[in-house]
Design a protein around this ligand. Structure first.
Ligand code: ATP
Ligand code: MG
Length: 478
């Protein structure tokens, strides 16, 4: 039996709640384990998220008792214990996060639902129903064997080999709960692991089963894939496994479709993936990454071969925005997200068009008004859209684009200045300087304003007031 301490680096510590839970387990005479993602992340040195505790016994009762002990200790206020009777699990919500407590359980699935019938089991039985070997390890936290690692399916071996495999036959794993196919892709993308060939083939066989999963769950996993460092990994896996075609046919349609070289990849799908990765490098905003994914979604349906120009996509921006109505409904996106995506897709050609055609202040202002609060995100999307492999083209467009970007900032600053008002009012000046109304008040005001515009002092009441006090002797009783 390995002890986990020998497998993790010395600066990695168990959550202090583990010790408390272990002591409680000893008192009640039941086995207590830390399981799943927490164990995996401890070993690979990844940032730790929610703590999952499993007990061989009544998980809900244990959660209630644990919450009591924790309330009496120094773990901050326990907000709530939420039981899920059907699954024999409970969530303890406390100041810094949440702890899941589960009874060791087996699950039996009906063909038309991913909601299983649940029954009690032991440690081994519980680990066998988990999705992947890397997620099917448990560490004992009872005092007598604190840190003992249970790894019946070779989770450690798989972590070392950076591979994702299932404890049981992958066909029943994925058929029982088809969301696991999305999870497989998500873990592969998140951890940058490979899917075992057997797993890939099984997903290919079972893709249709994803249809029994609710849209909300699919969208949540999809967003997690978008949230990885390099989303193209997961998106490409979804495409190759055949999942994309079912969950997001509009993206799948772009695969293999040619477009002119200009500043794009030849294939619209790969161009799109590159855009999403480019955005991911500079922004954690998942809706913005989503906008990158769908910005060319109107291209397959507007594509024409014109004799002189080659492939064209007239109106793909408007069509794309329109297509988002249905997509948002299907994926249960909020109206706010839908509006945001539509705006960005609608406008995504405008900054580049400006860069190409020559730029005027008025055109920039119009773009800024249309872009509104989203103008900075729009500029990130457009910059990410310039993905040509031809460095001269990139340089040329980026150069022009840079000018548009600069002018936007310029106009912003100038407009801010236009609305500018001196932070110190005339009556304050009179009071501080002991002066009566007269032209000198205006002169002092002007001098303060100039100091701000020249960047000598900050544009704030405090800075202006201090400055007034510094210069007021020059004007006193003159
Ligand atoms: P993360 O929290 O970083 O997304 P995780 O591995 O902790 O990853 P959770 O969804 O929090 O994932 O689930 C905790 C554990 O529960 C998993 O590690 C796995 O053992 C098990 N699990 C979760 N969902 C499933 C599922 N659909 N099928 C089988 N086991 C699952
Ligand atoms: Mg988790």
């Amino acid at each position: 039996m390995a002890n986990i301490q020998s497998l993790i680096s010395t600066d990695r510590k168990f959550h202090p709640i583990c010790e408390v839970a272990g002591i409680l387990g000893d008192k009640l005479g039941i086995e207590v384990y830390v399981v799943g993602g927490y164990v995996r992340d401890l070993i690979i040195g990844r940032e730790l998220h929610d703590l999952d505790i499993m007990v061989v016994g009544d998980g809900i009762e244990f959660a209630r008792q644990l919450a009591k002990v924790l309330s009496a200790g120094s773990f901050g206020k326990i907000k709530n214990v939420i039981p899920f009777e059907r699954f024999g699990t409970a969530a303890i919500l406390y100041q810094d996060g949440q702890i899941e407590v589960a009874s060791a359980r087996k699950e039996v699935y009906q063909f038309d639902s991913r909601k299983p019938a649940v029954s009690k089991t032991d440690l081994e039985g519980d680990l066998s129903r988990r999705d992947f070997n890397i997620n099917a390890m448990a560490v004992s936290i009872n005092r007598k064997n604190f840190g003992d690692l249970f790894d019946p399916y070779g989770g450690i071996r798989d972590l070392k080999a950076k591979i994702i495999r299932t404890p049981l036959d992958p066909d029943s794993t994925f058929s029982d709960d088809p969301l696991r196919m999305m999870r497989a892709v998500r873990f592969a993308a998140q951890l940058q692991f490979n899917l075992d060939q057997v797993v890939i083939e099984s997903i290919e066989r079972n893709v249709r089963r994803i249809e029994i999963v609710s849209s909300e769950r699919i969208t949540a996993e999809f967003y997690k894939i978008l949230g990885t460092d390099q989303p193209s990994i997961g998106l490409e896996l979804l495409q190759h496994a055949g999942l994309m075609k079912i969950i997001f046919p509009e993206i799948s349609e772009m695969f293999g479709l040619e477009q002119p070289f200009e500043w794009h990849h030849k294939d619209i799908f790969y161009h799109t993936l590159q855009v999403v990765d480019n955005i991911a490098e500079v922004s954690d905003n998942l809706d913005l990454r989503f906008a990158g994914l769908v910005h060319d979604i109107g291209k397959p349906r507007t594509r024409r071969l014109e004799s002189k120009k080659g492939w064209t996509f007239h109106g793909h921006d408007f069509l794309g925005a329109k297509m988002l109505e249905k997509i948002a409904q299907r994926m249960r996106l909020s109206n706010k997200t839908k509006d945001y995506l539509q705006k960005l897709v609608n406008l995504h050609l405008r900054p580049i068009a400006l860069a190409k055609e020559g730029v005027t202040d008025a055109a920039i202002r119009r773009l800024m008004v249309d872009g509104g609060d989203e103008i900075d995100d729009l500029m990130i999307l457009c910059r990410a859209d310039i993905t040509s492999k031809n460095p001269n083209l990139v340089r040329k467009y980026l150069g022009n684009f840079e000018r548009v970007d600069l002018m936007i900032h310029d106009v912003k600053e100038r407009d801010a200045m236009r609305a500018f008002q001196s932070p110190v009012r005339g009556d304050v000046i009179m009071k501080e300087c002991g002066l009566k109304p007269g032209p000198v008040i205006g002169r002092i005001k002007k001098r303060i304003e100039n100091a701000i515009l020249e960047g000598e002092i900050e544009n704030s009441y405090e800075a202006a007031f201090d400055y007034l006090n510094k210069i007021k002797d020059e004007y006193a009783s003159k």
